[in-house]
Ligand binder design. Structure first.
Ligand SMILES: NC(=O)c1ccc[n+]([C@@H]2O[C@H](COP(=O)([O-])OP(=O)(O)OC[C@H]3O[C@@H](n4cnc5c(N)ncnc54)[C@H](OP(=O)(O)O)[C@@H]3O)[C@@H](O)[C@H]2O)c1
Length: 308
C-alpha cells in the first residue's frame, strides 16, 4: 500500500546524498514534495515527479514560509557536514533549524535528521552543532510533532564522504583511521529513506530519538568491513592503521590550507577525534521495528550497490 493522497512533505537537503534518496523514496510512496534547494544546486537534484522546487537557503525566512505553507510534515535533512569553525556548522545546523522552526505553523510535524555524532558534542564542531540542533527541536516542538533520527555512517550510491575511503580499500589498501578495536554501525541510504517514510506514515515512535542501523548486532570492527570488501574484490586487503597523532597532524594541515584557500575541509582535528572515537555503535532498531520498519540491505549487498 502507498501513502497516495496523504499530502505534501517539505524536504531540505534533496540535492545531497541522503536527501536525494529520501526524496526518491517518498515520491515512490505517493507523497508530493516541496524541496528547498539553494541557487546553483538544482543540477544535483534527482529528477522527480510531483515535486515543487523552492529556490533559496535556510537563511531566508520568506523562502522557508513558502516551503512550509500547507505542508503536513517537514523532513529536515540539509546540514553542514564539513567546515572549519563552530560558526561554519552552527550557521546551518543550528540557526537553520531555528529558522525552520520559526517558519513552521502549529501543526507541522518534523522529522529531524541528526547524527550519531550528536552523542558526543565535545568531539568536534560538527558534533556540537548537531547536538544543539536536536536540542532546539526538542525544546520548540511537542513530542507528538517531532522525531529525531541519528544515523550512523551512511553509505550507498551517491555518497561523496565515505566513498574515497571505500574506493581505496577496493584497490586493496586500507588506511584505518581508528584504533583496531573501534566499532561502528553502518546504514544503507535506502534503508534510512524507508525509515523516514515509515515514520511519516503514522504517529507511533514519534517524540523519540532513534539510532537506526543495518541490523548488525554490536556493529562492525574495521576488520569486518575489510573482510566484506575483500569478498567483493575477490582479493586480500592490506591494512595500515594511521596513528592518532598523524591523523590529527593531517587535520591541522588541512585546517591551515583551508584558511589559505577558503575551502571547507573534511578532515579537521575535530573529524580526527570523531574517527578515533572507539564506539560509534547505534543503540539499534527496537522502536522502529515495532512500527514495521526493518533494514533490508546488509553489508555485502550494500557494498555491491555502492562500489563498481
Ligand atoms: N552521510 C552520513 O554518513 C551522515 C551520517 C549521519 C548524519 N548525516 C546527516 O545527514 C544530513 C545529510 O547529509 P549528507 O551526507 O546527505 O550531506 P550532503 O550530501 O553534503 O548534503 C547536504 C545537503 O544540505 C544542503 N544544505 C547545506 N547547507 C544549506 C543551507 N544553508 N541551506 C539549504 N540547504 C543547505 C546541501 O545543499 P547544496 O547541494 O546546495 O550544498 C545538500 O543538499 C546532514 O544533516 C548530516 O549531518 C549524514
Amino acid at each position: 500500500m502507498t501513502d497516495a493522497g496523504r499530502g505534501t512533505v517539505a524536504l531540505t537537503g534533496a540535492s545531497g546524498f541522503i536527501g536525494a534518496a529520501i526524496a526518491r523514496h517518498l515520491i515512490s510512496r505517493g507523497w508530493r514534495l516541496r524541496l528547498l534547494v539553494r541557487p546553483g544546486s538544482q543540477a544535483r537534484l534527482p529528477s522527480l515527479p510531483a515535486t515543487r522546487v523552492i529556490t533559496g537557503s535556510l537563511a531566508d525566512p520568506m523562502v522557508l514560509k513558502q516551503l512550509l505553507a500547507g505542508a503536513q510534515a517537514l523532513v529536515h535533512c540539509a546540514g553542514a557536514v564539513r567546515g572549519l569553525t563552530r560558526a561554519d556548522f552552527d550557521r546551518v545546523n543550528v540557526s537553520g533549524v531555528q529558522a525552520l522552526l520559526d517558519a513552521a505553523d502549529d501543526a507541522l510535524r518534523v522529522v529531524h535528521i541528526s547524527s550519531l555524532a550528536a552523542r558526543h558534542p565535545r568531539l568536534s564542531h560538527y558534533a556540537a552543532s548537531k547536538r544543539a540542533g536536536e536540542q532546539l527541536v526538542q525544546t520548540c516542538l511537542p513530542p507528538a510533532r517531532r522525531v529525531i533520527l541519528r544515523p550512523p555512517a551512511v553509505y550507498g550510491p551517491g555518497d561523496r564522504e565515505l566513498r574515497p575511503l571505500l574506493d581505496r580499500i577496493m584497490q586493496g589498501l586500507a588506511l584505518i583511521p581508528a584504533p583496531r578495536d573501534a566499532r561502528f554501525s553502518l546504514l544503507h541510504v535506502n534503508d534510512l529513506a524507508t525509515a523516514v517514510a515509515c515514520l511519516l506514515s503514522g504517529s507511533a515512535a514519534w517524540g523519540c530519538t532513534h539510532e537506526p542501523d543495518d541490523g548488525q548486532p554490536g556493529g562492525y570492527a574495521w576488520q569486518d568491513l575489510l573482510a566484506a570488501i575483500a569478498r567483493l574484490r575477490q582479493g586480500s586487503v592490506r591494512a595500515l592503521t594511521v596513528p592518532g597523532p598523524a591523523l590529527s597532524a593531517l587535520g591541522a594541515c588541512n585546517e591551515l590550507l583551508a584558511r589559505l584557500t577558503g575551502r571547507a575541509p573534511m578532515l579537521t582535528r575535530g573529524k580526527a577525534r570523531e574517527l578515533r572515537w572507539p564506539d560509534w555503535v547505534a543503540t539499534g532498531n527496537a522502536s522502529l521495528l515495532a512500527i514495521g520498519w526493518r533494514p533490508v540491505i546488509h553489508l555485502d549487498q550494500g557494498l555491491r550497490d555502492t562500489l563498481p
